[in-house]
Design a protein around this ligand. Structure first.
Ligand code: SF4
Length: 289
């Protein structure tokens, strides 16, 4: 049986950068405190814990004193920087440059005119989305589906952005809906401005993953169930290959999935470490071929 790991699967450069930062800080033999899960993958978090990294939440910033605190790739709202500064916490900022750029654009549009409505298509409560909403003093409207697009007041200027890991096709549907509604009411789209802010490393993954899934009899998709990017990409797998299975570790593999299969593709989310996909490949090789 042929087994192939998807060469485009695994950490994006933003997550790679944050993890490398954590690894290099761990060499100082001092505890590193990461604000929130560095990556939505419990297995990778466990590995970094062994190197001395501790995950904390916002309520614990005040207890850090002058220790080092890492900001992960998702970024943070301005309020977090203020709190850390007031507490003399040493910040190590590993916010992904793509996210930083998006935060900057949102802030610019928010400050440009008080009538501007900032709309963000993303997952409510997600760390990146909280960081984006923070650029508008909490005023941005977050929508998670096209059903919520109806509540946007298109009589005022609308600036539509998306979370970097959102689904591109769904984002296009929201854009089309708002523009068509505006044309039907006002005969123009003057109030609707749409920014293409889905990360290229996520956007390109979808067509590549679709191709990869069609090439194999069976797809094993490796991700943490808490990863929103993982859920979105697993849907892409299931839509293009009905023999797609979601696993978090090799213990989840089932013997009957492999009966009569000649080729197996292993893929994963932008938060899935390569070592975990390799562990799964080895387990398939050792137990199911
Ligand atoms: S998905 Fe893109 S924007 Fe998000 S952390 Fe990775 S590289 Fe950065």
């Amino acid at each position: 049986m042929k087994i192939e790991i998807d060469k485009y699967a695994g950490f994006c450069f933003g997550v790679t950068k944050a993890i490398k930062t954590a690894e290099s800080l761990s060499k100082d033999n001092q505890p590193i405190f990461c604000l929130g899960q560095i990556v939505h993958n419990a297995k990778e978090e466990d590995r970094l814990k062994k190197l001395g990294m501790k995950t904390i939440d916002h309520s614990q910033i005040k207890e850090l004193g002058s220790k080092k605190m890492l900001i992960r790739a998702h970024g943070e709202p301005p309020e977090t920087y203020k709190i850390a500064k007031n507490q003399n916490v040493e910040l190590i900022d590993a916010t992904c440059p793509v996210v930083l750029n998006l935060q900057k654009k949102i802030k610019e549009k928010h400050l440009e005119n008080s009538k501007n409505q900032i709309v963000i298509f993303g997952k409510k409560g997600h760390a990146e989305v909280n960081g984006l909403v923070g650029q508008t003093n909490g005023k941005a409207i977050v929508i998670s589906s096209i059903n919520e697009a109806d509540k946007i007041d298109i009589s005022q200027p609308v600036f539509l952005f998306s979370q970097t890991t959102s689904n591109f096709a769904d984002y296009c549907k929201i854009e089309t809906y708002l523009k068509e509604k505006s044309i039907s009411i006002y005969g123009n789209i003057d109030n609707i401005t749409v920014f293409q802010t889905i990360c290229p490393s996520v956007k390109n993954r979808i067509p590549r993953l679709t191709e990869f899934c069609k090439k194999h009899d069976l797809i094993i998709f490796v991700s943490d169930p808490k990863s929103s990017n993982g859920s979105m990409l697993f849907k892409v797998c299931s839509d293009s290959n009905n023999q797609s299975f979601f696993v978090t570790a090799s213990d989840d593999l089932k013997k009957d999935w492999f009966f009569g299969k000649h080729s197996v593709g292993i893929s994963g989310a932008t938060s899935t470490p390569l070592w975990l996909m390799e562990e799964i490949r080895d387990s398939i090789q050792n137990n199911f071929t």
